[in-house]
Design a protein around this ligand. Structure first.
Ligand code: AMP
Ligand code: MG
Length: 327
């Protein structure tokens, strides 16, 4: 069984091709839209996706040394995400499914981050800390669904970092530059610590950090921002682990490429006697392989999406999906 998946919830168009035997990933090609100035404009990002999706698809087929006829199932990111981007990629996936007469599977993007981690690391039943540009959620499997144990109440952690970097003249995406600067930070500047029950919020920290830019050095600011945000994320993840009684923590999303966050989560897990796992960077960031793999799992359990029911879902919640492939 060979499945092709198309990702396109936000800044990245990705096409992955996977199979259910080793090696699982046959191709994983991405093309990211980076705004010239300001944040991601949904329409510009969608235009970018429309312009490159066919090329990315061709590159993925080349990498897998396949023709489109060799594909058995077509997956696509149905949501959550930016409407124009989702629509563009859904249109590509529908066209491909109709052209090849192969089944279509609409995939929840957040669940795909968890499933690719379960496949490509040794994690089997983890608590996922999913930290990306637009999303921040702590997710674990319970009673037939992936439940959200905690999440951001406003912006995603990556968005917080990117906005902070943009105000200070760093190019998009700013996360890696902030991580490098933070390594030279020496002095912790107190910032708000908004953990509300199991949820977190980042826009107040962003405002407070920017307000300190005249009085503090950039490395100290980056260091303090990371320490504060990552401690909050680690705290709620730890409480989800304690509550669910699970013994594994998995990282997902582009921000999980950050070594400081990886270290904080790993030491929290170790202190609890739990294992922590982090997939390689190409599978942390938005990518087509995770969509393809989740579509393969879903299809194997009889879940397909008829073209006429394949409308996109901007606010697609993680816990709306009945995870029959794990029950
Ligand atoms: P995603 O939305 O999952 O593709 O991830 C993109 C986000 O990850 C952007 O907000 C980036 O700034 C962030 N990011 C990438 N690398 C790092 C890093 N090393 N540290 C912190 N954030 C990062
Ligand atoms: Mg993502």
């Amino acid at each position: 069984m060979i499945c092709l998946g198309i990702e396109g919830t936000a800044h990245t168009v990705g096409v992955g091709i996977v199979q259910d035997s080793a090696p699982v990933i046959l191709a994983n090609v991405s093309c990211m839209y980076a705004p010239v100035s300001g944040g991601i404009h949904p329409r510009d990002a969608a235009n970018h996706h429309a312009g490159v999706v066919v090329d990315v698809l061709r590159q993925a087929l080349d990498e897998a040394q396949m023709d489109v006829e060799d594909i058995d199932v077509i997956g696509f990111s149905m949501g959550p995400g930016l409407g124009p981007c989702l629509r563009t990629v859904a249109t590509a996936a529908r066209s491909l499914a109709l052209y090849t007469r192969k089944p279509l599977v609409g995939v929840n993007h957040c669940i795909a981050h968890l499933e690719i981690g379960r496949k490509m690391t040794e994690a089997r039943d983890p608590v996922l800390l999913y930290v990306s540009g637009g999303n921040t959620q702590v997710i674990a499997f319970l009673n037939g669904r992936y439940r959200v144990f905690g999440e951001t109440l406003d912006i995603g952690i990556g968005n917080c970092l990117d906005k902070f970097g943009r105000e200070l003249g760093m190019p998009f995406p700013a996360g890696p530059a902030i991580e490098r600067k933070a390594r030279n930070g020496r002095c912790y500047l107190p910032l708000p610590y908004p953990v509300k029950g199991m949820d977190v919020a980042f826009s107040g920290i962003l405002t407070a950090a920017l307000a300190k830019r005249e009085e503090a050095s950039l490395p100290d600011l980056c260091f303090s921002l990371q320490e504060t945000c990552f401690a909050m994320l680690t705290e709620v993840t730890e409480r989800a682990v304690a509550h669910t009684g699970k013994s594994e923590v998995l990282l997902g999303g582009g921000v999980a490429a950050n070594r400081r966050l990886q270290d904080m989560v790993a030491s929290m897990a170790a202190a609890r006697g739990a294992a922590s796992f982090c997939p390689p960077r190409s599978l942390l960031v938005d990518n087509g392989a995770m969509i393809a793999w989740t579509a393969l799992l879903m299809h194997r359990h009889g879940l397909t999406t008829p073209v006429e029911e394949s409308h996109i879902r901007q606010n697609f919640r993680t816990d709306e999906v009945a995870v029959t492939w794990r029950s």
